[in-house]
Write a protein that binds this ligand. Structure first.
Ligand SMILES: [Fe+2]
Length: 301
């Protein structure tokens, strides 16, 4: 954004454009809620600066309206194209950065994504969140503590991920629930469950956001990850993922800018026949295991 005179247009035109901004800003002057007033006036300033910066044509403005209309039309209870758009523009990650500033050793947050669903089934400690979704069995374990190292019993952990073909259950045509669950830490703040070894997948790219990625030469593929949302009384709710060390997509880049080095974990491959932690029979296949110790910041920091 710039308040410098724009030498591409003559002074009379500059004055005209500036006066319009002043009138729009003034129209929000009597907004009763001071926060809403601040947001609307700042939005006005940045939006007009953008239009003037690129000297937006009327055809381009129409294209933008058509694009946003298409984003709305494809959005329903299970397809959230606006979240995808925010993610693909890095706006989700920037909002997370602003709201989850580093605090002592608290675990880093990352994007929520469009695939969380309320009321996922509860599983016991050691239960299987895959719910029949296909993929390599993967044992996940860890602890939840506060930033003073105190265990957090009864923390609620939501986990969700795609199957080995890169699909979340909400993308299945038959409506079944798989690859998502919630569980609670034990009295020592520990947790463990069976999941699937995460694989890279493309964000849905058959809609307007996909067209945008295509037109700009960008890949829709996300680095392999397992989603977590962890909440407990008096502590800041953490929305994050863990990523898979060695995943080539980490080098290529994550389509929603969600990777943080601290969230890349070893998913240790176990040769077939290696006994599982709980005696589960995983057949003749290999399995994997990963550890994720979660540290929650206090609420309000
Ligand atoms: Fe995801």
């Amino acid at each position: 954004m710039t308040s410098e005179p724009d030498i591409r247009v003559n002074p009379a035109q500059q004055l005209l454009e500036g006066e319009l901004i002043d009138r729009v800003l003034a129209s929000f002057e009597n907004t009763p809620d001071p926060r809403l007033k601040q947001i609307m006036q700042s939005l006005t300033t940045h939006l007009h600066a953008f239009i003037r910066d690129v000297r937006l044509t009327e055809a381009e403005w129409n294209t933008a309206i058509e694009f946003l209309t298409a984003v709305g039309h494809i959005t329903d209870d299970t397809r959230q194209e606006f979240v995808l758009l925010s993610d693909a523009l890095g706006a989700s990650m920037q909002t997370i950065a602003v709201n989850n500033q580093a605090y002592k050793g608290a675990t880093d947050a990352t994007v929520f994504g469009p695939f969380f669903v309320e009321d996922a089934p509860e599983i016991p400690l050691g239960g299987d969140m895959a719910g029949g979704a296909s993929g390599q069995a993967c044992w996940i374990e860890g602890t939840v503590t506060d930033t003073d190292g105190r265990p957090v019993p009864n923390a609620r952990i939501e986990v969700w991920e795609c199957d080995e073909d890169g699909f979340y259950d909400v993308q299945y045509p038959d409506g079944r629930i798989a690859g998502r669950a919630h569980l609670f830490t034990d009295d020592r703040g520990a947790y463990r469950f069976w999941a699937l070894t995460p694989v890279p997948y493309p964000i849905p790219h058959d809609g307007p956001v996909g067209k945008m990625l295509d037109a700009t030469g960008r890949s829709p593929v996300r680095a392999a990850h397992l989603h977590f949302m962890v909440s407990a009384d008096t502590l800041r709710t953490l929305v994050t993922h863990i990523f898979v060390e060695g995943d080539p997509q980490l080098e290529i880049g994550d389509s929603v800018f969600g990777v943080k080095d601290s969230l890349v974990k070893e998913f240790a491959q176990q040769v077939p026949g290696t006994p599982t932690p709980d005696g589960r029979d995983v057949g003749d296949g290999s399995w994997a295991r990963a550890r994720f110790d979660i540290v929650l910041a206090p609420d309000g920091v």
